[in-house]
Design a protein around this ligand. Structure first.
Ligand SMILES: [Zn+2]
Length: 477
């Protein structure tokens, strides 16, 4: 067994190293489970647990590694006293000593890592982690806040982000700006040096899908983890505005697509050292059209020239646009999004059609639904109908997947001009697919005129029930 102690200090104590440094310790499964059950709430109102989980999520999204959360309490010093090798269960808490050792001057927190060496054990070159416990000094003054470092009060979340970097196998970096610098600074999110360090150990995160075009002629990046399931989610990403980016309002822009599964309170922060940032949040419908009731923009609500948006938004699919207030400005940026679910989702608007089936009006391109025994029956099969609108002719690719049953997808246009109370389907326009999506899943791709459409979800077999997922994408040639 090997043991590594990484002390984290307030004042510079850096070794003369360049950029990130790996310790040799690593999680060989690509997954680390942290037990997080810290009592209490920061003076700023956020619980220590939520702040720590946000820091875990930040690391999870950027390399081929995931921190998982366990919420039962485990003493981080269990097995660590007297130079022990831990108890094999990672956890975190405030303590007045570093498991019996003195924290030392200027130390805010410590990560105690233990593992089994697998190669070149003398130099800690390859050590498979078995434990990594994090201790925050309880006699320090802590809170959770954004922006420049405040004197006399430490931001728990950015120190947690730093310690979680140690727990992943990173030592201190002396190439600022980075979260793995040995001292706390105004850096509060992962920087390119941190990302280079973590991907050198675990490899790159699975690649995001980039649509080279949207209906607005602007590329859209769809991250691998594009759906945020709640109840709390956060992610941060680093990017760069370049002069080959598309432009919106004559400014360069990068767009990222996320689906919030729940009605959520969201906070977005966009920071850049090289340009005056400008931030957009916009809900899109199935045809990628922006829904004007949910279109938000901000220039300078963050600290300095940075942007910040705080909104309560309905469940749905959104574009986050990273742009600038000045034409032709380029440079690196970092974006952080924190979301928490607020109660139950507002129910979608429904009405009863002339066919007797209820119609759910749902503009979302991503819909999680459930075929159930009290649904409308179409012969001996259950049927859900979902209505959406297209303002312009659009080529849509609609995928319907279900694990519990063999799904069948239907698509039909509502006769133009018919009122909601008496609307009729144009039967000549009816499209139907059973297994076009591979396996038993369904898929339709069709160029559609502007108008009102119904999507039907049913099953191949009688009386089948279960959850399903619809994902529609606009295909731009
Ligand atoms: Zn440190």
């Amino acid at each position: 067994m090997r043991k590594l102690l990484l002390l984290c200090v307030v004042l510079a104590l850096g070794l003369p190293v360049k950029a990130y440094v790996v310790s040799g310790y690593f999680w060989d499964t690509g997954v680390g489970t942290f037990h997080v059950a810290i009592p209490g709430t920061a003076p700023s109102g956020i619980s220590w647990n939520d702040a720590f989980k946000q820091a875990m999520d930040s690391w999870s999204s950027i390399a081929n590694f995931q921190y998982l959360l366990a919420t039962d309490a485990v003493d981080p010093c269990s097995g660590q006293m007297n130079g022990g090798f831990g108890d094999g269960v990672t956890s975190v808490d405030f303590r007045d000593t570093a498991c019996g050792m003195d924290f030392g001057t200027n130390t805010l927190a410590i990560t105690l890592s233990s593992g089994t060496c697998v190669a070149k054990c003398e130099g800690d070159d390859r050590v498979r982690l078995t434990d990594a416990d994090i201790l925050f000094r309880s006699d320090e003054n802590w809170s959770v806040y954004n922006g420049p470092r405040k004197s006399g009060v430490n931001d728990f979340r950015r120190v947690a982000l730093h310690e979680l970097g140690h727990a992943l196998g990173l030592r201190h970096s002396s190439d600022p700006p980075s979260i793995m610098e040995s001292f706390v600074s105004s850096v509060e999110t992962l920087q390119s040096d941190d990302i280079a360090g973590i991907t050198s150990i675990y490899g790159d995160a699975p690649a995001a899908l980039t649509l080279s075009k949207s209906i607005y002629d602007i590329a859209v990046t769809i991250p691998v983890k594009t759906t945020l399931p709640g109840p709390t989610d956060s992610f941060s990403l680093n990017g760069q505005l370049t002069n080959t980016d598309n432009k919106f309002n004559n400014r360069f822009i990068d767009i990222y697509q996320y689906t919030f599964a729940n009605d959520s309170d969201v906070t977005l922060r966009l920071q850049s050292a090289s340009f005056d940032s400008f931030l957009y949040l916009a809900r899109i419908n199935s045809g990628q059209e922006l829904l004007s009731d949910y279109l938000f923009a901000d220039n300078d609500s963050g600290w300095g020239k940075n942007s910040e948006l705080k909104k309560t938004i309905p469940a749905g699919t959104y574009w986050v646009g990273v742009s600038t207030a000045l034409s032709n400005a380029t440079g690196f940026y970092d974006l952080r999004v924190d979301a928490s679910s607020v109660g139950t989702n507002a129910p979608p608007v429904t009405y009863l059609s002339t066919y007797g089936a209820s119609i759910q009006i749902n503009p979302n391109p991503s819909i999680a639904g459930l075929l159930k025994a009290d649904d409308f029956m179409f012969g001996d099969k259950f049927l859900d109908l979902i209505q959406f609108e297209l303002a312009t002719p659009t080529t849509l690719r609609i995928a319907l997947t279900a694990a519990a049953f063999d799904p069948v997808l239907m698509l039909a246009r509502v006769v133009p001009g018919s009122t909601p109370a008496a609307n009729l389907v144009d039967e000549s326009s009816l499209l139907l697919d059973d297994n076009g999506g591979g396996g038993t899943d369904a898929l339709l791709q069709q160029t559609l005129a502007a108008g009102t459409y119904w999507l039907g979800v049913t099953s191949r077999n009688a009386f089948a029930t279960g959850s399903y997922q619809i994902d529609s994408t606009v295909v731009v040639p």
